[in-house]
Design a binder for this molecule. Structure first.
Ligand code: FES
Ligand SMILES: [Fe+2]
Length: 385
């Protein structure tokens, strides 16, 4: 997806006009940052195990005992709803001999979560509650509940943080990495429901995927259909320089051509917003595109140094979904086409950056402002502590 990529004012101190006229040349990351296994290991440890990482939607586990599993760059995590209706996150690892507890994508437990190896049972809140064939006082059950991860929710999205230290709250994190995203709370995205999810595996480093989202210099050449919908993108800017709210005018009220769907506006959309689209990233692995009829929430998860999974979740208001003529298939097909166009150039970039000739990287013009900002955010996190 690349409806709008205003990655926000993370670096508020930066005056990007300063770089005009090439007085300060901005460089991309060096080539090896996109494929070197040692850098990927740093990305796992420093970025993905120390940030709030988007892992799914609150609606994926609605009832007590319901859970879904997510792979956070090699760490399998279970997100499960407790009897108290709270969502929690746990390492998907039994405290007895380390068996993986669940291999399926999702499920609902009856009474307790039992390990398939020796039947040790955990409550929905993660406490070790039964150890069959083992005397009760042999093991200190209180000390061997499932290992938790930090979990927080925002606008219907679930984030986990694997940091051993207590992190800042998710909302504070979002306010730090992209305060513009907090202004989109006016859409009350938590009231929306997912009608479908599109999954993509891109043979490119995760940073190439995010960088591509953060710029629109490629839009006229890569997305000829999209720029007809959003004429401002023909200029190569990811936002409309004539507006000061980060929005872009669209000829359509949804993600596809105006004729593609007959979906009601979300009830939270003001008249001003009816013909606008907004979007942005939440560092490190989420981007959200907002149109007047619905929202696409995308989760980016590295699979390896050179492979990335993108899950795009299509969200609409329950009233829209309940309408007898609700049909989002054409706009989803349009949006998936745009994503495939993006993925194709990301893979092309990946093949290029491995060249020895790119070891010192490339160069950013002014319209790559948000790509550069993402890189600064990345380097600051990667090289911290
Ligand atoms: S490894 Fe889970 S019960 Fe033994
Ligand atoms: Fe794009």
């Amino acid at each position: 997806m690349n409806l709008n990529s205003r990655s926000g004012s993370w670096c508020s101190c930066f005056d990007f006009h300063r770089a005009k006229g090439n007085s300060v040349e901005r460089r991309t990351l060096p080539g090896p940052d996109y494929f070197d296994p040692a850098i990927f290991e740093l990305d796992r440890e420093q970025i993905f195990f120390r940030s709030w990482v988007m892992v799914g939607l609150s609606e994926q586990a609605e009832k007590p005992g319901q859970w879904f599993r997510v792979d956070v760059v090699g760490e399998s995590i279970l997100i499960m709803r407790g009897q108290d209706m709270k969502l929690r996150g746990f390492y998907n690892v039994c405290r007895h001999r380390g068996s993986r507890l669940r291999e399926e994508e999702s499920g609902t437990e009856n009474g307790a979560l039992a390990c398939p190896y020796h039947d040790w049972c955990y409550s929905f809140e993660g406490a070790l509650v039964a150890t069959p064939r083992v005397e009760k006082d042999e093991i200190n059950r209180d000390a061997h509940g499932l290992r938790p991860v930090h979990l927080d929710e925002w606008q219907g999205c679930v984030f986990v943080n694997l940091d051993r230290e207590t992190p800042v709250s998710l909302r504070e994190w979002i306010g730090n990495v992209n305060p513009d995203m907090l202004t989109y709370e006016r859409y009350d995205m938590g009231s929306l429901r997912m009608t479908s999810k599109s999954e993509f595996v891109v043979e490119a480093n995760w940073k190439i995927v995010i960088e591509n989202y953060c710029e629109c210099l490629h839009c006229p050449s890569v997305h000829p259909e999209l720029v007809e919908l959003i004429p401002a993108y023909k200029t190569g800017w990811v936002f409309d320089p004539a507006r000061d709210d980060g929005g872009v005018n669209s000829t359509s009220r949804n993600y596809g051509p105006a004729t593609a769907a007959n979906i009601a506006l979300m009830p939270t959309v003001s008249e001003d917003d009816a013909n606008s689209v907004y979007g942005g990233t939440i560092f490190p692995n989420c981007f959200i595109d907002i149109a007047a009829t619905g929202v696409v929430i995308s989760q980016v998860m590295p699979v390896s140094a050179t492979s990335t999974r993108i899950s795009s979740m299509y969200m609409f208001h329950p009233n829209s979904i309940a309408a007898p003529d609700f049909d989002a298939s054409t706009l989803i097909a349009f949006s998936d086409m745009v994503t495939n166009q993006d993925n194709s150039v990301c893979e092309r970039a990946q093949r290029g950056v491995t060249s020895r000739s790119f070891a010192d990287g490339g160069v950013y013009p002014e319209k790559d402002e948000y790509v550069w900002q993402f890189n600064q955010q990345y380097l600051q996190s990667r090289d911290a502590r």
